[in-house]
Write a protein that binds this ligand. Structure first.
Ligand code: NAD
Ligand code: MG
Length: 398
């Protein structure tokens, strides 16, 4: 039977890679709904090709999209808008699979709606899980939703874990002979820059990742190593382990996508060319496998694989995230919110690169931790952290 797919964030880097795979498998998958935030012309192109039943855009883009749909004979596609529209398609009765590929906290409520509706959720939007960790994992369990990691590292770990790992108890300890998770990091474009050089790097340099082509926000996160910090938190939730069971290993070639160590001395790695189509296809078809256009790994082309320890002095974001996970409660949501504001400010030339972790740290210091008892508490913490971080950005600029 054809699986009906809803792509939250269809115009983004992950959204586009997802569409590329669906195009290769028209018998197995159809596109039910697509969403976009700003690139409306691209959204229309997607709609022309994939003929979804519903498209979702922000309220102020509805008229523009409607006119374009009329122009292109696409007027039978229903248009929904805003957060309510995103939630409606995520939990829609006709949706089987949700690709959660909105960037940042904006993806939290739609992703959670998909989980609560018991969908197969392909999780790219790591910020949603970082913010709401326990609530999202509990909702997946209660509603029998398959929450499948698309982030390449977590997808690799998922592939290296024992098959019945997820049916075992969740108590913060690795189980079934697993002893440690090795989360690999490329180190980003500034891996060996001195602190002095890091102070003057530009947004364009930060967005030019050596191995992966990605959206702007995650590219900057990769350069500060905050991406690895968010991924560390993501791993703790997905695989139910405390933070000290996750070791970050810098591996500049991005050929090994992460590893799992076992008590008997085994280390299992998942390898492949760095292309997000592989983890997306894996999550889409799991437990089966489907074809992608990604070429098989040619090991003779990669005769050297290197590993090093991350430098948390030049890249303090990693340590801030590890500490936030240890602290728990609303702290990871605060870390994420402050980071989103700081990254945006850096991209707009308002602050320097090294001020990103500084603003995150100062925001964390200004907020009292409390239990992430409900979604409302988390959303409130996100809002408060954003205004504090915004104020810190303004103070820098003046
Ligand atoms: P992107 O910037 O290329 O795309 C983001 C998508 O989200 C776009 O479709 C955009 O329209 C939509 N969007 C942005 N702001 C929105 C808002 N306020 N409301 C609704 N929709 C909004 O980003 P990306 O690189 O595709 O990353 C998407 C997510 O996947 C991120 O959470 C990222 O961390 C994660 N991820 C990406 C990669 C990658 O290789 N690109 C790898 C692993 C994980
Ligand atoms: Mg990743």
């Amino acid at each position: 039977m054809t699986q009906s797919v809803c792509i939250l964030g269809a115009t983004g880097s992950i959204g586009q890679s997802t569409l590329k795979i669906l195009q290769q498998h028209p018998q197995e998958y159809s596109v039910f709904a697509v969403t976009a935030h700003s690139r409306i012309v691209e959204l229309v192109e997607i709609c022309k090709q994939y003929k979804p039943k519903i498209a979702v855009v922000p309220p102020h883009k509805v008229d523009e999209l409607h006119q374009l749909f009329v122009q292109h004979q696409l007027a039978d596609i229903e248009i929904l808008s805003g957060e309510a529209g995103l939630i409606a398609v995520a939990e829609h009765a006709e949706t089987d699979v949700v690709m959660a590929a909105i960037v940042g906290a904006a993806g939290l409520l739609p992703t959670l709606a998909a989980v609560k509706a018991g969908k197969r959720v392909l999780l790219a939007n790591k910020e949603a899980l970082v913010m709401s960790g326990d609530i999202m994992m509990q909702a997946a369990l209660e509603n029998n939703a398959a929450l499948l990691p698309v982030d390449s590292e977590h997808n690799a770990i998922f592939q290296c874990l024992p098959q019945n790992y997820f049916s075992a108890e969740r108590n913060g300890q690795p189980k079934l002979g697993v002893s440690q998770i090795l989360l690999t990091a490329s180190g980003g474009p500034f891996l060996h820059h001195t602190i002095e050089r890091l102070q003057t790097v530009t947004p364009a340099q930060a967005c030019k990742h050596p191995n992966w082509s990605m959206g702007q926000k995650i590219s900057v996160d990769s350069a500060t190593l905050m991406n690895k910090g968010l991924e560390l938190i993501e791993a703790c939730h997905l695989f139910s382990v405390k933070e000290h069971f996750v070791t970050v290993v810098v591996h500049p070639q991005s050929i090994i996508h992460s590893m799992v160590q076992y008590v008997d001395g085994s280390t299992l790695a998942q390898m492949g060319n760095p292309d997000m189509c592989t983890p997306i296809a894996h999550a889409l078809a799991w437990p089966e496998r489907i074809q992608t256009h990604v070429p098989a790994l040619d090991l003779f082309q990669h005769s050297q694989l290197n590993f090093e320890e991350p430098d948390t002095v030049r890249f303090p974001a990693l340590q801030l995230a590890r500490q936030a996970m240890k602290t728990g409660g609303i702290t990871p949501a605060v870390l994420n919110a402050a980071n989103e504001i700081a990254v945006d400010a850096f991209l707009h030339g308002k602050i320097g690169f090294m001020q990103i972790p500084e603003i995150v740290e100062r925001t964390l210091n200004r907020m009292e931790n409390k239990a992430a008892a409900s979604l409302e508490v988390i959303v409130q913490a996100d809002q408060t952290a954003r205004s504090i971080a915004q104020q810190l950005v303004m103070d820098k600029g003046s």
